[in-house]
Ligand binder design. Structure first.
Ligand code: ADP
Length: 523
C-alpha cells in the first residue's frame, strides 16, 4: 500500500528534502557513547528513517494511531518522529525525565498503539500494559507488538495529525495540543522564509523533547538544510560544560528558555565571550528579565537576540529582534508582529478590535498554522478556537491566546501578561510582571518572581528573589521599603523571600504554583 502522497504537506517529506540536495551534509551533530562529537549526514538520517519505517509498517497501524516516543533529543529520536510522520502515526513526545504519573496520565489519555522508548531511556515499571518498542541507532525492535488491526485509511493527508504535545501547564491544566502536518509545515516554511535560520547555521536545541521548543529546533534546522545540535541535560548542568559543548560543536544559533542562560550569567558571564561563532540566540516561552538580557547582549557582542513569542497551539506567533543595544530605560520587550502568513489582532473585553496605541487587549492569532484542537476536549477547544472577531460571518476561526498586549505607535505589540493570571487585589488589576521588574532592580538581586497566594477570600502578593551571592544576607525590610517607593500599595508584595533558585517547570519556565508553596513555607 502506498501511503505517501507527494502533493500533501508532510513533516517527514519536508524535513528530509535536504537528503536529495545535500546528502552528505551533517543533519545532526551529537556526542557518541564516548562523548566524541559525531556527524549524522542527511543521507544517514534518511536511511535510519527508512529502517524505522520498515520495522513499523508490518505492525499494521492505521493512520491516526498514536505513538508515544520517549527519548532525549537525538538523531535517533528525530528519525523516529519522522518515520511516524511518514506513516501518518501522530507522535507524542515525552522525555525520559517526565515523572511517572504524568507519563501515565498521557498514556491513559492518548491510548497509544505503541510506546517507543529510545535505547538508554531505561526502566519505568509503569502500571500500563500497552505495546512497547525500543529504538536506537542500530534499529527498532518491538517488545510487545500490537495486536493485528484493520486499516481504515489509505493515505496520509496534510490535515492528518503530525503530533500531540502536552503543555507544561504553566498556564493551567496540561492539555494535549493536536497539530496537523499542514499546520506545522506551513509554520516552518514561513519562519524559514522570514530568515530566522540559514543553511550554514548549526542550531543548538536545549529543550527536552516533550516541549515544542525542541520540535521547533528540529524543524527550522532540518527545514532550512542546516545542522541540528541537540544539547543534552548533561551538557547543560554546568556553565563551563555548556559553553565548551556549544563551542566545540561549532554552534552558530542557540535556542532555549530564558532560564538556560541564568547560571552562566550569574556565575561566570565572561565564559560567554568564548562563543565567538554564535550569531544568534532565540529565546521563547516567557519574558526574559531585562537585566539578564542586557548582560547576555554585552557578553555575546554582535549576536542577534530574538524574542520568540507564542503558544504550543500555533508553535509560535512572532520572532522579534531585541534592539542592540538594549537601552537602560527600556522596561519591556516588543513581541513585534506575527511571522509571515499570520496576523495578530487585539480585542478588548467587550469584543471590540483595539487599534489605538497603548490600549490593552487580548491577542487573537489568525494563521494557517493553528492547532486542530485539544485532544479529547472539544469544550476547551471551543474556548480558544473562536470565530474571527473582525467578521465572524466568514466562519473562520482564530486562536484566542489568553495573552494581553498593547500596540505602540509603530504597530508593534508589547506583551503585558496572561488574562487568566492577571489578578485583582482589593479591586485593582495587578500584573505580576510589573512587580517583578521592580524587584529585579533591587541591588544584589539576579532574578525575581512574584505570585499570588489566596488568603481569607482575597489574594496576597508574595515574591521570591535569587541573590547574586546566595550566601549574602538579604535585608527584607530594605527590599520592602524599596517596593513602597516604587509600587502602589496594592502592588507591593507582603513578603519577599530569598531563594537558592527560582523553581522551574519541566520545560524550564518559572513554576508559579511551586513558587507560591516555597514562599509561603519559607515564612
Ligand atoms: P505552557 O507554558 O502551559 O507549557 P506554552 O509553552 O504554550 O504552554 O506557553 C505559552 C505561553 O507562554 C504564552 O501564551 C505566553 O503567555 C507565554 N510566552 C511565550 N513566549 C513568550 C515571550 N516571548 N514573552 C512573554 N511570554 C511568553
Amino acid at each position: 500500500m502506498e501511503l505517501h502522497d507527494p502533493t500533501a504537506d508532510n513533516l517527514c517529506q519536508y524535513l528530509l528534502a535536504p537528503a536529495a540536495r545535500t546528502p552528505d551534509k551533517a543533519a545532526v551533530v551529537e556526542p557518541d557513547e564516548t562523548g566524541t562529537l559525531t556527524e549524522v549526514s542527511y543521507r544517514q538520517l534518511a536511511a535510519l528513517v527508512d529502517e524505522y519505517t520498515r520495522a513499523l509498517e508490518p505492525l499494521g497501524l492505521d493512520v491516526g494511531d498514536r505513538v508515544v516516543v520517549e527519548a532525549h533529543s537525538s538523531a535517533a529520536a528525530v528519525a523516529m518522529l519522522l518515520a511516524c510522520s511518514k506513516l501518518g502515526l501522530p507522535f507524542v513526545p515525552v522525555s525520559p525525565q517526565t515523572p511517572d504519573n504524568r507519563l501515565l496520565a498521557i498514556l491513559r489519555s492518548v491510548e497509544p498503539a505503541l510506546h517507543a522508548r529510545a535505547d538508554g531511556a531505561d526502566r519505568r515499571d509503569l502500571p500500563w500494559a500497552g505495546d512497547t518498542a525500543r529504538f536506537g541507532r542500530s534499529g527498532l525492535t518491538t517488545e510487545h507488538p500490537p495486536a493485528p488491526r484493520t486499516r481504515r485509511r489509505r493515505r496520509v493527508l496534510a490535515v492528518d495529525t503530525a503530533y500531540i504535545i502536552f503543555t507544561s501547564g504553566s498556564t493551567g491544566r496540561p492539555k494535549g495540543v493536536v497539530m496537523s502536518h499542514r499546520a506545522i509545515v506551513t509554520f516552518l516554511r514561513a519562519v524559514i522564509a522570514d530568515g530566522l535560520v540559514g543553511d550554514t547555521d548549526r542550531v543548538a536545541s536545549t529543550s527536552p523533547l516533550q516541549f515544542d521548543f525542541a520540535l521547533f529546533g528540529i524543524g527550522v534546522a532540518l527545514g532550512s538544510g542546516a545542522t541540528l545540535v541537540p544539547v543534552g541535560r548533561e551538557n547543560l548542568d554546568s556553565p563551563r560544560r555548556m559553553v565548551n559543548f556549544l563551542r566545540d560543536a561549532g554552534v552558530t544559533q542557540v535556542h532555549g528558555v530564558p532560564s538556560l542562560w541564568r547560571p552562566v550569567l550569574r556565575h561566570d558571564p565572561e565564559l560567554l565571550k568564548r562563543l565567538d561563532k554564535v550569531r544568534s540566540v532565540v529565546f521563547a516561552g516567557e519574558s526574559f528579565p531585562l537585566a539578564e538580557l542586557r548582560r547576555l547582549q554585552e557578553m555575546l557582542a554582535g549576536a542577534r537576540l530574538v524574542n520568540g513569542y507564542g503558544a504550543t497551539e500555533s508553535m509560535a506567533a512572532s520572532f522579534t529582534d531585541v534592539p542592540d543595544p538594549l537601552s537602560a530605560e527600556q522596561r519591556s520587550l516588543s513581541i513585534g508582529r506575527a511571522h509571515s502568513g499570520a496576523e495578530m489582532t487585539l480585542v478588548d473585553t467587550s469584543g471590540r478590535v483595539v487599534t489605538r496605541p497603548g490600549v490593552v487587549g487580548e491577542i487573537h492569532l489568525r494563521s494557517p498554522s493553528l492547532f486542530s484542537g485539544y485532544w479529547d476536549d472539544p469544550q476547551a477547544t471551543a474556548q480558544v478556537l473562536v470565530p474571527d472577531p473582525l467578521d465572524p460571518r466568514h466562519g473562520q476561526v482564530v486562536l484566542r491566546t489568553g495573552d494581553l498586549a498593547y500596540l505602540d505607535e509603530r504597530n508593534e505589540l508589547y506583551f503585558v501578561g496572561r488574562a487568566d493570571s492577571q489578578v485583582q487585589i482589593r479591586g485593582n488589576r495587578v500584573e505580576l510582571g510589573d512587580v517583578e521588574s521592580v524587584l529585579a532592580q533591587l541591588p544584589a538581586v539576579t532574578s525575581a518572581a512574584a505570585t499570588i497566594v489566596p488568603r481569607g477570600g482575597d489574594h496576597v502578593l508574595m515574591a521570591g528573589v535569587v541573590l547574586d551571592d546566595a550566601a549574602a544576607p538579604f535585608d527584607e525590610d530594605a527590599a520592602l521599603d524599596f517596593c513602597a517607593q516604587e509600587l502602589s500599595a496594592y502592588m507591593r508584595p507582603r513578603r519577599i523571600r530569598p531563594l537558592a533558585d527560582l523553581p522551574l517547570t519541566e520545560n524550564g519556565k518559572v513554576d508559579r504554583v511551586l513558587l507560591a508553596r516555597l514562599v509561603t513555607t519559607a515564612v
